[in-house]
Design a protein around this ligand. Structure first.
Ligand SMILES: Cc1cc2nc3c(=O)[nH]c(=O)nc-3n(C[C@H](O)[C@H](O)[C@H](O)COP(=O)(O)O)c2cc1C
Length: 306
């Protein structure tokens, strides 16, 4: 019998859609793929304005859902669900957390799930939040693939700003292409046959080690430290901004602006220093960081890891 796979995702620019198309492209004839894209009822405009972009932080971090457009998920006996999503502000994107809190997410109940992330490079807290939601839904995370921008952290920040505020993903005169590199998007096809083989035998325990062996996740210890520092501040600011109202409320704009200024200063002025202290910390505590890297590359869930 054919293996039935449900692919669920949201993609604002289409990047994650491409990643998922390539992922299933080399699965053999013995698979039946059903793809469903979920979208918010009111779309997030792309390219973003600076205001709409930073104003989306509190609801991303606090996982406050928005209504989704009606979708039809064909009723089938799915053997596996592939959930594609992206982090926004170190958290699951608003469309993703909305989906996971909606009735549609019941399709995940009792199912093996593989998460596929298309990110800049900071995705740890988002994945911990998704792991927790999958648990609540009684789904079993069996595999995870993370595609990130492999350029230097500051370069990837500049290119993602260019991409999000102008729509330009391609390389420009001084900067490389934004987001996940085209070659990596193509190469994701190599994971398809691995997933298929495991799914045929339902040997789910073997999946994540096999995916990691093929390079499914790269993770630098310094990014763990930087993300832990970042999410702490985001959580505080999210609550502070929401004291002045919901997303789009003009009353909260001064606080959003303050957040934007502090974030950009933190990134472009302080980040060489914080990057250096993070590197030192990871060198002095190598075995602790080895453990953390292994944890975040894995599929287990422990509370408060970040
Ligand atoms: C509002 C917003 C916030 C983002 N925050 C992060 C982040 O915290 N970490 C990260 O690695 N990428 C971040 N990204 C990049 C996205 O995760 C994603 O890679 C990119 O938006 C392309 O996704 P798409 O397929 O939906 O177009 C952010 C993007 C947006 C639009």
């Amino acid at each position: 019998m054919a293996i039935s796979i449900l692919v669920l995702y949201y993609s604002q620019s289409g990047q994650l859609g491409q990643i998922l198309d390539n992922l299933v492209s080399k699965m053999g004839e013995n698979t039946e793929i059903t793809t469903v894209e979920y979208k918010p009822q009111v779309e997030f405009s792309f390219p973003w304005t600076s205001q709409t972009f930073f104003d989306a932080m509190p609801e991303s971090v606090l996982e406050i859902p928005v209504p989704l457009q009606p979708i039809h998920i064909p009723q089938k006996q799915y053997d596996l669900v592939i959930l594609g999503y992206q982090p926004w502000f170190l958290s699951p994107s608003i469309p993703t957390s909305s989906f996971l809190q909606s009735d549609y997410a019941r399709v995940l109940e009792g199912k093996p799930v593989i998460t596929v992330l298309g990110t800049r490079n900071m995705w740890l807290n988002a994945q911990e939040k998704v792991k927790a939601r999958l648990r609540q839904l009684n789904a079993r995370l069996v595999g995870s693939i993370v595609l990130a921008d492999t350029n230097h952290n500051l370069i990837s920040l500049l290119t993602i700003i260019r991409w999000n505020f102008t729509g330009r993903k391609e390389a420009s005169r001084w900067l490389p292409e934004a987001g996940v590199q085209t070659a990596d998007i193509k190469n994701v096809a190599r994971f398809g046959p691995i997933i298929q083989q495991v799914a045929e035998k339902k040997h789910w325990d073997k999946l994540q080690p096999a995916l990691l062996q093929e390079g499914a996740i790269g993770l630098k210890p310094t990014l763990i430290i930087l993300e832990k520092r970042g999410i702490k501040q985001f959580r505080k600011f999210a609550v502070y901004i929401r004291q002045k109202g919901e997303r789009g409320n003009p009353d909260r704009l001064p606080r959003v602006l303050l957040f934007k200024r502090l974030l950009l200063t933190g990134i472009f002025v302080l980040s060489p220093i914080s990057g250096f202290t993070a590197k030192m910390a990871s060198l002095f505590k190598q075995s602790s960081f080895r453990k953390q890297v292994n944890y975040f590359k894995g599929i287990d869930y422990e509370k408060d890891m970040i």
